[in-house]
Design a protein around this ligand. Structure first.
Ligand SMILES: Cc1cc2nc3c(=O)[nH]c(=O)nc-3n(C[C@H](O)[C@H](O)[C@H](O)COP(=O)(O)O)c2cc1C
Length: 202
């Protein structure tokens, strides 16, 4: 199995509009392969502008937000390609599409890295961030999975949220919970909203 890095991929539409979505980048030797399922705005964009940036967000709400209708995150100009990258990231890399393996379901774009840059020190892993990442992926597969499987997996990821989330991780989790609940027609949540602190109203 190749290593897959979960990133925020940014591309530009033929009209120059930014498109920001989470994608797994598959590492294959020197190349990083982007494999979007059709139909996909990312594919349309890569056909017009065959470059992309991949960023590692510091705030996991970017990942949860991008799959729950919140895609307006600050970006900055790329250094070597005509494109944008996520502004607040541990680091980012810029790619030119060197080769395309066309496919009716999932074409593969082989990216050649032309630039990489660190922006912020990475101090440590956080379980709640990993849980949000997993839940965000689950939430893009709701049409393919049985409700029982979705809820069982969410219940497991909720443990890390309840034990290790900061406010951003908790908010990101709640966005995914809302998306899952709406898709399954549920009113209750896997992780109950925290009881407000008695001092919170003061
Ligand atoms: C962490 C993460 C990784 C993802 N990786 C992929 C991927 O490799 N390929 C894909 O088609 N969708 C992937 N998705 C789902 C896409 O982000 C989502 O379907 C998005 O709308 C695809 O962008 P597009 O509409 O430009 O194709 C991933 C989602 C998450 C949360």
């Amino acid at each position: 199995m190749p290593l897959i890095l979960e990133t925020i991929v940014t591309t530009l539409s033929p009209a120059g509009d930014l498109h920001l979505v989470p994608f797994g980048l598959i590492r294959e030797g020197e190349a990083y392969v982007l494999a979007p399922f059709r139909p996909s705005p990312t594919i349309v964009n890569l056909e017009a502008n065959p470059v992309f940036a991949a960023s590692s967000p510091r705030d996991v709400r970017v990942i949860a937000g991008a799959v729950s209708g919140r895609r307006d995150w600050p970006v900055a100009d790329c250094a070597r390609i005509p494109g944008k990258r996520l502004a607040d990231s541990f680091g980012h890399a810029e790619f030119e599409v060197a080769r395309i393996e066309d496919d009716g379901t999932r074409p593969r774009y082989h990216g050649r890295m032309v630039h990489a840059e660190s922006h912020h020190p990475f101090i440590g892993y956080n379980r709640a961030q990993a849980a949000v990442l997993e839940a965000a992926i689950l939430s893009t597969r709701l049409h393919m999975l049985e409700p029982d499987k979705i809820l069982t997996e969410m219940a497991y990821h909720a443990i890390a949220i309840s034990k290790t989330a900061g406010p951003h991780e908790r908010e990101a989790w709640d966005w995914i919970e809302d998306k899952v609940a709406a898709a399954l027609g549920r009113s209750e949540r896997v992780l109950a909203n925290p009881t407000p602190h008695p001092d919170a109203a003061r």
